[in-house]
Design a protein around this ligand. Structure first.
Ligand SMILES: Cc1cc2nc3c(=O)[nH]c(=O)nc-3n(C[C@H](O)[C@H](O)[C@H](O)COP(=O)(O)O)c2cc1C
Length: 181
């Protein structure tokens, strides 16, 4: 099995229905000895509790930019220690914010502050994905040098069949290995 020993993987988790699949990704990455740190948007916490990610990653989960219990500037320290930042599932909203340099939550601020590789794994309703606005934002992110794991076609949570399903956890893990192992 490939090893990610000594590698710091930051998972920047956004508020899409596919968040539950990221739990499995954390397990796969820790099984390969990666140090996994999860950062969550406020909306991601509505889908899966930080406690779940904390337990699976064996690390603190970061979600509050203004957490006064830590002296550290967390988005900067996470950004600096990252070998890769993986935005997963990347929502239309967060993709738009990243394309335009927003830094109003820990996910966006960490991506903006990092010099590490950034891997974006979109997942959303087909019409949201195919909308010109989203496609233009994705082009902007690709232009910044961010890598993508493209979504799959299949039955979506909203019931329709189309493109927008999160790529498989195996494909995402393999791409992380290709990028940093
Ligand atoms: C049940 C439910 C499922 C959702 N799934 C998605 C999704 O898969 N992809 C997406 O882009 N937005 C999805 N949304 C909308 C996002 O939660 C919303 O755009 C939110 O502002 C995203 O916030 P964030 O990008 O800060 O995490 C969903 C909303 C709900 C209520």
């Amino acid at each position: 099995m490939a090893t990610l020993k000594g590698k710091n993987v930051i998972l920047a988790v956004c508020g899409g229905i596919a968040v539950y699949k990221v739990c499995d990704l954390v397990r796969k990455l820790t099984a390969m000895d990666a140090a996994v740190f999860c950062v969550m948007t406020e909306n991601a916490k509505k889908f899966v509790s930080p406690l779940t990610f904390q337990t699976l990653s064996n690390n603190k989960v970061y979600h509050d930019m203004f957490d006064t219990s830590s002296w550290d500037i967390e988005h900067v320290s996470l950004a600096q220690k990252a070998d890769i930042v993986v935005v997963v599932p990347a929502t239309a909203n967060t993709i738009a914010k990243l394309a335009h340099g927003f830094a109003d939550n820990l996910v966006c601020a960490t991506v903006l502050a990092t010099k590490a590789k950034v891997l974006v794994c979109p997942a959303m309703n087909t019409n949201m994905f195919e909308h010109q606005a989203t496609q233009k934002n994705i082009m902007m992110l690709k232009d910044y040098g961010y890598k993508f794991v493209e979504p799959k076609t299949g039955k979506l949570a909203c019931g329709i069949i189309g493109n927008g399903n999160l790529a498989s956890v195996e494909t995402i893990a393999e791409t992380i290995i290709e990028e940093i192992a």
